[in-house]
Design a protein around this ligand. Structure first.
Ligand SMILES: [Mg+2]
Length: 351
């Protein structure tokens, strides 16, 4: 089988009706880059796989990424066998090394990698999770619904809706100007979800080490399940110190790039839970490698976001959660889990 065509397109998102904010940034809408890879052989005809890379902000970025994929990566992919995904991935890493393989280059490699796995699923008429040798047939999910710009009165019905949809865990942002505000907001959400549901807190990299120590001790007293991105993502030494000094689980990884950055995170024992982002980590292949390495360090894996990640999580023995938003109206998880779809490629559940 040979790759015969790659289409790259992008769209810019309209401004969000309701702005959302975390402690670091305003997510006011960015756009999406779509990649469609076609391959052909004599018997099967044309088979296609797709990927879509979303941006929560930076409206100019989709155009830049689309050009990088089109001008740099696509010429190296055409003519390759789509089943040799790791060969293609390694070729693209070497190609982009001159200007750095991380950042947008890795988002581009990831977009190609995800489309290739999707294509292989369609060629073999199987969902990707089945091709990978799954560790489970459903995936526990939690709801990230507690944005920092929502008032306490807004947070309560939000938490209630997550519980009604069957989620057994809810995540909310922290990092208000004062710890007292964080505590009041955590208390309000806890009063709605009760003691049995898990409550995760996410600081989006904004604390100094001393501030993270002070706040982390309070979050752990409040029974929070994990403390996410307490420090800058690249401060692996600081994260290691925090993980050593606090009992609460330290979670990070959505802003780390590529397997070698994750190796450093694990060697330093800087996280208890690793949270790769499919785009930034480098795609499906890279996330599978990161999960296997984490497993050897007894580190749990909880994805940043869902989508195609659902299939990968199913194949990771150390995966504990998929991050999700709300389900479509009227839908409900069963035992807090998302079922695995049966359709080929990176198919999504039909709610
Ligand atoms: Mg986060």
């Amino acid at each position: 089988m040979k790759i015969t065509n790659v289409d790259v397109s992008f769209e810019i998102a309209p401004p969000r009706a309701r702005q959302i904010r975390d402690a670091l940034q305003l997510l006011d809408g960015g756009g999406t880059v779509r990649v469609r890879i076609e391959a052909q052989d004599g018997l099967a005809g044309v088979v296609a796989g797709t990927s879509s890379t979303g941006f929560g902000r930076l409206r100019g970025a989709p155009a830049v990424l689309a050009q990088l994929i089109r001008d740099e990566l696509v010429p190296e992919v055409l003519g390759e066998d789509p089943f040799l995904i790791r060969r293609i991935r390694d070729k693209l890493w070497r190609l982009t090394d001159y200007h750095g393989t991380t950042g947008l280059a890795l988002l581009g490699i990831s977009a190609i990698d995800i489309a290739l796995w999707d294509l292989v699923g369609h060629a073999l008429k199987q969902p990707v999770w089945r091709l990978l040798g799954a560790a489970r047939d459903r995936m526990p999910a939690y709801a990230m619904v507690g944005w920092l710009n929502f008032s306490i009165e807004e947070l309560k019905p939000i938490a209630e809706k997550a519980a009604e949809q069957g989620f057994k865990g809810v995540k909310m942002k922290v990092g208000c100007p004062t710890l007292e505000e964080d505590v009041a907001r955590i208390g309000a959400v806890r009063s709605i979800i009760g003691a049995d549901m898990k409550l995760m807190v996410d600081a989006n990299q904004v604390f100094s080490l001393p501030e993270a120590l002070i706040r982390g001790r309070v979050y752990q007293e409040l029974g929070c399940f994990w403390f996410e991105e307490p420090l800058r993502a690249d401060d692996h030494a600081g994260l290691a110190e925090l993980a050593d000094k606090l009992d609460i689980r330290i979670a990070s990884g959505e802003n780390d790039f590529g397997v070698r950055q994750f190796r450093d995170l694990f060697e330093r024992r800087a996280v208890d839970i690793v949270q790769p982002d499919l785009r930034r980590a480098g795609g499906a292949t890279e996330c599978l490698d990161i999960a296997a390495m984490a497993n050897a360090f007894d580190i749990a894996y909880a994805s940043h976001g869902g989508g195609a990640h659902l299939h990968l999580l199913a194949a990771m023995p150390n995966a504990i959660y998929m991050e999700s938003g709300y389900l479509p109206e009227g839908k409900k998880l069963v035992d807090g889990c998302i079922p695995l779809p049966e359709e080929p490629g990176f198919s999504q559940p039909k709610w």
